[in-house]
Design a protein around this ligand. Structure first.
Ligand code: PGA
Length: 252
C-alpha cells in the first residue's frame, strides 16, 4: 500500500512577519506542486498561525506545541481548540526541544496527544533517543517507551497521526542518521504498529527528522518505512524546503 508522504517544516522560534509571509507562500507553492502525493505543512510560531493559515490553501498549518489543558490559569500556554480556531489543523507534540529544554515528560506528552485529538487536531508525535542512549544500545527501548506512553493504542483516525522519529543527536547538528539507521528504527515502529493493528501499520506515516536537507532527502525517502520528513533548519530556506517536498513527491 502506498502511503501519502508527509513533509512538515518546523520554523521553531524564527520568523519576522515578512519572513513568514515569504516562507508561507513558498510552502504553499510546494504543497500545490506536490498535490496529493505529499501532505505538506508548516509549523510557525504560535503568534503567526492565524496569519499563515490565511495565506495558504494547499499547505497545512501546525502548531509547534499545545497545552494539555483546554483552558484556565496556565499563563503563556496555547490551547488545542485555540490553535484549531486560529487555523491550525495539526500540531507537533513531544518535540525533543520541548522534552529537553522545557521538561516535558512522557505523561505530559500523552496528555497533549489526547488534548489534540479531542480538539480535532492531527498530531505529529516526535520521538527519539539521545546520543548517550544510542551509544548504550537503548535506542529502541527509548523510542518504544515514548510511543507506548503517548499512544497506548493507535488512534481511530489513522490519517491524523504521524510519528516523527527524530534522533536528538541529529537535530540541528548537521549530523543526519544514515538511511540504514533511520530505516532500522522506522521498521521497528512499523512493527510496533503491526502488533496492535494491521491497518495502522499500513496507514500511519512514520517520518524522519534531524538535519534533513535537499541533499540527503533522496536517500532517506528511498527507505521503505520512511514516509517523509520533519524539517527544521532547511525549512527556513524556501528553495531547499520546496526541493525536499519535490523529492518526496518523486520518491517511491
Ligand atoms: P533540523 O530540525 O532539521 O534543524 O535538524 C529538525 C526538528 O527539530 O524537527
Amino acid at each position: 500500500m502506498t502511503r501519502q508522504r508527509v513533509v512538515f517544516g518546523n520554523w521553531k522560534l524564527n520568523g519576522t512577519r515578512a519572513e513568514v509571509d515569504a516562507w508561507a507562500a513558498c510552502a504553499d507553492e510546494a504543497a500545490a506542486a506536490a498535490a496529493d502525493s505529499v501532505l505538506v505543512g508548516v509549523a510557525p510560531p504560535a503568534v503567526w498561525i492565524e496569519r499563515v493559515a490565511a495565506r495558504v490553501g494547499a499547505a497545512r498549518v501546525a502548531a509547534q506545541n499545545i497545552s494539555e489543558h483546554a483552558r484556565g490559569a496556565h499563563t503563556g500556554e496555547l490551547g488545542a481548540a485555540m490553535a484549531l480556531e486560529a487555523g491550525a489543523d495539526w500540531t507537533l507534540v513531544g518535540h525533543s526541544e520541548r522534552r529537553q529544554l522545557y521538561g516535558e515528560s512522557d505523561a505530559t506528552v500523552a496528555a497533549k496527544v489526547s488534548a489534540a485529538f479531542r480538539a480535532g487536531l492531527g498530531v505529529v508525535l516526535c520521538v527519539g533517543e539521545t546520543l548517550e542512549e544510542r551509544e548504550r544500545d537503548a535506542t529502541w527501548a527509548v523510542v518504544r517507551r515514548q510511543i507506548d506512553l503517548a499512544l497506548p493504542s493507535p488512534p481511530p483516525s489513522l490519517d491524523r497521526i504521524a510519528i516523527a522519529y527524530e534522533p536528538v543527536w541529529a537535530i540541528g547538528t548537521g549530523r543526519t542518521a544514515t538511511p540504514e539507521q533511520a530505516q532500522d528504527v522506522h521498521s521497528q515502529i512499523r512493527g510496533w504498529l503491526r502488533a496492535r493493528d494491521m491497518r495502522a501499520a499500513a496507514q500511519v506515516r512514520v517520518i524522519y527528522g534531524g538535519s534533513v536537507n535537499a541533499d540527503n532527502a533522496t536517500e532517506l525517502f528511498a527507505c521503505e518505512d520512511v514516509d517523509g520528513a520533519l524539517v527544521g533548519g532547511a525549512s527556513l530556506d524556501p528553495a531547499q524546503f520546496a526541493a525536499i517536498c519535490a523529492t518526496a513527491a518523486a520518491a517511491r
